[in-house]
Design a protein around this ligand. Structure first.
Ligand SMILES: [Fe+2]
Ligand SMILES: [Fe+2]
Length: 686
């Protein structure tokens, strides 16, 4: 509520029945009315002057006092200030009730002289006047107090609203909206200070809104100097409260540019322009408010009426636009201060977030570059997870309809996906690269030992042949038969060694064969063990080492039990590492989400063999699908071909049917053809 001065109507009302009975009044400053019904006369005066306040002296016979007093009691006290001068006899004076005397200025007989009458009237008038002034002052202070209280509330509320907004664009909109609402402004703009490549400061017109016009927003940049109004405020830090932008003094360093007004048939008249200063007192921007519509014709801003008046015709501008109240200079400065801090906080948070995001991405890239064949996996899994979250948000039936991922949830999921295989950094890279049951060098060594065995046998048989020949020739004994037997034995054994070599190479393949590898290996071992093979130091040569045996006995894939457990430990390592990062509360679930991407709903997964949907978060269940999808489709290993999409779909469905993957999520993935949305370039940034 703002203080408004109302007109004061001053007069003297004399009861008609006293006309001619009391002394005539001359030289009285105020009009004198004679009235046959004082109550009615007062009512009609008040009715005629809607906002007026009646200051009056009523001269009336004592016997009418009661009814007049009763009637006046019904009228709003703020609308009438009066004193009564009663005319009566001595007897009537004796009967006077003494409890309401403050409204009675005096009691006079009809015979009172004009002099006495005038004195009492003037005294009454000055009592009324004083009382009226006191009331006005009281009201003024009360209104000031109410305004100050409301301003303070506004400021607190603005502080709260601004500190809760993280989106920069939304924050700027909110700052301008609240500034306009409080001051009843029709339009406003926000400028932000920025630096160009040469560190020269400039002003960016960032956001603007005009209540009375639909105007598209286009950002632009201008030089930061004192020539423009916003530039002046940005350079000097002064607050400008301009009553009329078209009447700025010629001597002023700044001037108004009417280009916008002309373009949009608008009249920028009153302006309040304040700097936004941060905690270091640096100016980071400017808030410019245009055309206050507050408090015109009794319109109150807190009812939002002023704020919502549309300025359409030029006459509307004349009628509604007023100068911004001076008290808004400091209030808006305080708001701008809060806005500046919020903007800076926002920038800082965004910067930290961006830096952190880049750091995570760079770390993931570094880890993935250890094994170029799988690089980009984490980025692709993150992208798939994000797309799945968007798809879940669109589901309106089934249990998935109860899940919604907000911006934070999606960021959380993205970070978890980026880091899901981080624990692999602790694992011997060779295990990941192990394509066959034996490492290449182990296979080479095995082959070399078999070659050695081959030559050893060959040599042993040559020696035997020589011996047979030597004995035959020296002692003239028949030897051909024996020689031929030995030669055929030699050929058979050597041929077998070649075939063993081939068998072992076949056994080394990770593919599943009809024959049990353990059985094949047992046979080979049995054969080889019966062949004596000595090295140059005289020791028996073990053709198949313990390591060869363990690995060649692998029934499925290329990893032995120990290696498989080591690979599986990557999720625990991921958890340990990711838990060390001091995540903000909104990302607190990241370690758990990341750790669970290899759990299967039937309890056959790892690390904990959790069973059922309830025990694994939806995020981890999504990640499990994304992880398998990427592992199948990625052309990561030179020896591994990418699986075609229809086969991938079949595999995912089978996994869902076997209660390993969440079937609703698999259906969503397939039904929405989510895989088609995935960019083929979702790899690590360069
Ligand atoms: Fe993994
Ligand atoms: Fe993975």
């Amino acid at each position: 509520m703002r203080f408004e001065r109302k007109n004061a109507i001053k007069n003297i009302i004399i009861a008609e029945e006293l006309r001619g009975k009391i002394a005539a009044l001359s030289d009285i400053e105020f009009p004198v009315l004679y009235s046959a019904n004082i109550e009615k006369t007062i009512d009609s005066i008040l009715l005629e002057s809607e906002n007026g306040i009646l200051l009056t002296v009523l001269i009336t016979p004592e016997h009418t006092y009661k009814s007049i007093y009763k009637h006046l009691n019904l009228i709003d006290y703020s609308r009438i200030f009066y004193q009564m001068l009663l005319i009566g006899s001595e007897e009537e004076l004796n009967d006077r009730n003494l409890d309401r005397l403050y409204h009675i200025s005096d009691f006079l007989p009809e015979t009172a002289t004009e002099k006495k009458l005038k004195f009492v009237i003037n005294k009454s008038l000055s009592i009324i006047e004083k009382h009226f002034q006191n009331e006005q002052k009281k009201n003024w202070y009360f209104n000031r107090l109410t305004d100050a209280q409301r301003d303070q509330e506004d400021l607190i509320n603005i502080g709260k609203s601004l500190s809760g907004e993280k989106d920069m664009e939304k924050l700027l909109r909110l700052i301008l909206y609240l500034s306009k609402k409080i001051t009843g402004a029709d339009a406003g703009s926000i400028y932000l200070v920025e630096e160009d490549e040469n560190e020269k400061k400039r002003l960016r017109f960032k956001y603007s809104h005009t209540f009375s016009r639909e105007i598209p927003l286009e950002e632009f940049v201008m030089d930061m100097n004192k020539k423009s109004i916003s530039g002046y405020v940005a350079v000097t830090g002064e607050v400008l409260n301009i009553p009329d932008a078209y009447k700025i003094q010629e001597l002023a360093p700044y001037s108004f540019n009417p280009f916008f007004d002309r373009q949009h048939s608008y009249i920028s008249r009153s302006m309040l322009v304040v700097p936004m200063k941060n905690h270091l007192d640096q100016i980071i921007g400017v808030i410019q408010l245009i055309n206050s519509k507050e408090d015109h014709n009794g319109v109150k801003k807190y009812e939002n009426e002023a704020f919502e008046i549309k300025l359409e015709s030029p006459a509307d501008f004349d009628r509604y636009v007023v100068t911004f109240d001076d008290r808004y200079n400091s209030l808006l400065e305080a708001i701008a201060g809060q806005a500046a801090i919020s903007i800076e906080n926002n920038r800082l948070i965004n910067q930290i977030q961006k830096q952190f995001e880049e750091f995570v991405k760079a770390s993931v890239t570094a880890i993935e570059s250890r094994d170029p064949a799988t690089s980009g996996h984490s980025f692709r899994v993150a992208q798939i997870c994000k797309e799945m979250a968007f798809a879940v948000n669109e589901v309106h039936s089934g249990y998935l309809k109860d899940f919604t991922f907000n911006e934070n949830d999606i960021k959380e999921l993205e970070f978890a996906a980026l880091l899901h295989d981080f624990g692999k950094v602790y694992i011997d890279l060779n295990i990941f690269k192990k394509a066959k049951k034996l490492y290449p060098k182990d296979l080479e060594n095995l082959k070399l030992r078999l070659d050695y065995l081959y030559r050893y046998l060959e040599l042993a048989y040559f020696a035997k042949e020589m011996e047979i020949l030597r004995e035959g020739l020296n002692f003239n004994k028949p030897y051909e038969e024996e020689l031929s037997r030995i030669r055929s034995e030699k050929t058979s054994k050597l041929t077998r060694i070649i075939s063993i070599k081939e068998d072992l190479v076949t056994l080394n393949e990770p593919t599943i064969t009809d024959r049990d590898p353990e059985q094949v290996l047992e046979e080979i071992l049995h054969e080889i063990e019966n062949i004596e093979c000595i090295d140059i130091t005289g020791h028996k040569v073990d053709i198949l080492t313990d390591n060869d045996r363990v690995n060649l006995m692998i029934k499925r894939g290329s990893l032995n039990n120990e290696e498989r457990l080591e690979i599986e430990s990557h999720v625990i390592e991921t958890y340990k590492f990711v838990s060390k990062i001091p995540w903000p509360p909104e990302y607190r679930r990241i370690p758990e989400i990341a750790m669970r991407h290899h759990e299967k709903l039937d309890g056959t997964g790892y690390p904990d063999g959790l069973k059922g949907k309830e025990s694994v978060s939806i995020q981890s269940r999504m990640m499990a699908i994304a992880d398998i999808y990427d592992a199948l489709t990625a052309q990561d290993r030179p020896y591994k071909k990418s699986v075609p999409i229809d086969k991938v779909i079949k595999i995912l469905k089978e996994e869902a049917d076997n209660n390993k993957l969440d079937s609703d999520l698999v259906d969503l993935f397939i039904d929405t053809k989510l895989y088609e949305k995935l960019s083929t370039t979702a790899t690590a940034p360069d």
